[in-house]
Ligand binder design. Sequence first.
Ligand SMILES: C[S@@+](CC[C@H](N)C(=O)[O-])C[C@H]1O[C@@H](n2cnc3c(N)ncnc32)[C@H](O)[C@@H]1O
Length: 225
Amino acid sequence: MGKDKLKRFAEMEHFDNVFQPTMEEVKEGFSMKGKWHTDFFKNENPIVLELGCGRGEYTVGMAQKYPNKNFIGIDIKGSRIWRGAKTGIEENMSNVAFVRSKIDFIEYLFAENEVSEIWLTFSDPQPKRPRKRLTSKLFVDRYRKIMVENGIINIKTDSDLLFESTLEQIEEHHYKKILSSWDVYGEMINTCDEELKDLMDIKTYYEQKWLEDGKKIKFAKFSIG
Ligand SMILES: C[S@@+](CC[C@H](N)C(=O)[O-])C[C@H]1O[C@@H](n2cnc3c(N)ncnc32)[C@H](O)[C@@H]1O
């Protein structure tokens, strides 16, 4: 492992806004499950997750725009999370946290009704493993266990495959589609409301790469009931 990565890992051990539970801790009862509002954020504001957050651009960017909401980024890669967590600390943001964990264990990280909204940002399309896609029924059923009634899921992606499959899942499982577009910056941006337009200003590391390559960015927002 490179020197920089090791330094980041060591530094992150002391970050108050990063949780890195072991597999045993997660399975035996993660200390924050059901206690995010009382023990970490110390308010009752809605909790929004970014899953597969990488460097946490949406987690931090939305937290800056919405001080009355709480944001948690989750990713398995510690060296990526470090960037967002460091910004959260440098900017004294009390509404941001990160968890280093597999998303597959999400129901062990949060309790029933603890989460209001989820953002999936440039998730891996998993061409050969549809069940592993973050909008598959397997994952949505996990989200349902921790979300409030009518919880909202947002997905922003470059992948035609993942987007198509997400739209199929929405249809097949009767989720309530609120909005969808195959071309965020060509079509959606001129017709959507100001709030969403503002949110689309946040660009993740992968999004910037795909935009430079001339790829079209897709977006959907739906409620899972
Ligand atoms: C293509 S990257 C996108 C990162 C970031 N959202 C962006 O747009 O720049 C996908 C991210 O999801 C994370 N990831 C993929 N599957 C995961 C899983 N099952 N659990 C946790 N993280 C996962 C990867 O580590 C990676 O950081």
